[in-house]
Design a protein around this ligand. Structure first.
Ligand SMILES: [Zn+2]
Length: 120
């Protein structure tokens, strides 16, 4: 399952830990939530982009909207580790699937910038 999710999500430097379908009366459709984390050795400072040692696991989790899998809405969920950067201090680590402060993955953002293509 994790291998299939990794291939479908198509993000380098990311590890899939778990996936589940979440139904909520607050949402119009079910969401495939995929819990992910940066691959070890991939922790980078979100300000200067340099590779840094981990500081802690951070507080709470964040969610990003990813590209849909067919009729399924897909969300990535991850706790945000912090790094100890000698230049920037203790800051949230960058993640390979999204830019700082973004609620969408880079895959979603790049699909918005592509012109419409015909698939058939
Ligand atoms: Zn830094």
């Amino acid at each position: 399952m994790d291998g299939i999710c990794n291939r479908l999500l198509n993000v380098k430097g990311m590890v899939v830990e778990d996936a589940c379908i979440v139904d909520s009366p607050l949402r119009p459709v079910s969401v495939l939530e995929v819990r992910v984390r940066p691959r070890r050795g991939m922790l980078r400072c979100s300000r200067c982009g340099r590779r840094r040692h981990g500081y802690d696991r951070g507080g709470g989790v964040r969610r990003w909207r990813h590209q849909d899998f067919g009729c399924w809405r897909v969300g990535l969920v991850a706790s945000m580790p912090r790094v100890d950067c000698p230049e920037c201090g203790v800051v949230v680590a960058s993640v390979p699937w999204a830019g700082p402060g973004s609620r969408f993955t880079v895959c979603v953002l790049s699909s918005w910038s592509r012109p419409f293509r015909r698939f058939f």
